[in-house]
Design a binder for this molecule. Sequence first.
Ligand code: NAD
Length: 359
Amino acid sequence: MSDAKKIAVIAGDGIGPEVIAEAEKVLKRTEELFGYKFELEYGLFGGIAIDERGTPLPEDTLAICQKADAVLLGAVGGPKWDTNPKELRPETGLLGIRKALGLYANIRPAVIFDCLKEASTLKPEVLEGTDLIVVRELTGGIYFGDKLRREGPNGQEAVDTCTYSVKEVERIARSAFEIAKTRKKKVASVDKANVLETSRLWRETVIRVAADYPDVELEHVLVDNCAMQLLRRPSSFDVIVTENMFGDILSDEAAMLTGSIGMLSSASLGEGSFGLYEPIHGSAPDIAGKGVANPIATILSVALMFRLTFGYHEAAEAVEKAVKEVLDAGHRTWDIATDKSAAIGTGAMGDLIVAAIKA
Ligand code: NAD
């Protein structure tokens, strides 16, 4: 029996509460099977917090997250708040929470489930065996450039600046090597070192960090080449580490390999083992309240939390296996079903996965 782990649970808007309910069932089942203890504390966040508290990120929600060992987030946003001023938009809360919690590494696994290969736009034989993770630097680079401006007569020129420090590159490189150590022991560091000075600093720093991980193989891939190789040989990648903007683009490309947004989990990590875990999809207002959302992305986010924050590798594997078993048995929510008339609902999918988890 281990100490109780504190999890801040933030359901958010739209399908957020529906998929989080299924993730909670998984937490409860793993407590029973593995003897863990989870203490859940709930916070308001996003559109619902704007409605009830006049801000997307109330102080008490942030305090709950700061006290927790990990945060489990559903999704936020919706048309109701789309025309609000910036400070009253759910997405502003999202940026705020990441910043306040010091989350600088975004981790997105892209795993192909054999039985869903047909759902991808790529040929099944190209996808065979694909199981990769994109580790994206989240708080530096051109998205946080401090010298962005318009110049010249009538603002005919625009400037954005891209800055990286050795410290920023070192910590994200370490995150990538630590993750690779627990996997196939391969890191592909993606940059544009043939053109950009920040990329040359990136490459030098990654090479230095790699010296501490002699068991992990390192390759350098230029970003344009990586975009091609992800489509040509996705299964040859294990961990891809890259800077903010390249990671933004490549992680969406990698996500599309798998064919469904309802299947993909993510983690945002800072110093130590603390992390925020969420599905990569949004609040899906078009299907909210209908009980048809796919809960697998959120359930796999729990598995990621087990692995990356708590070191509960056995439980992480048990949850991932349960998902695979249920899919192999042919059960599908609407988004991944070929025969839509046989699709099952959110709760039924959650129940089947929970029943398939084995110690
Ligand atoms: P979305 O991911 O919510 O939906 C895109 C499409 O995928 C929709 O057709 C939706 O029905 C479907 N979909 C998404 N998740 C699904 C699931 N689990 N099961 C089945 N189908 C699913 O993206 P969007 O429509 O561009 O955005 C909707 C709202 O969500 C916006 O307000 C946006 O700002 C917000 N958003 C929030 C986050 C977040 O909370 N991290 C991320 C992306 C978008």
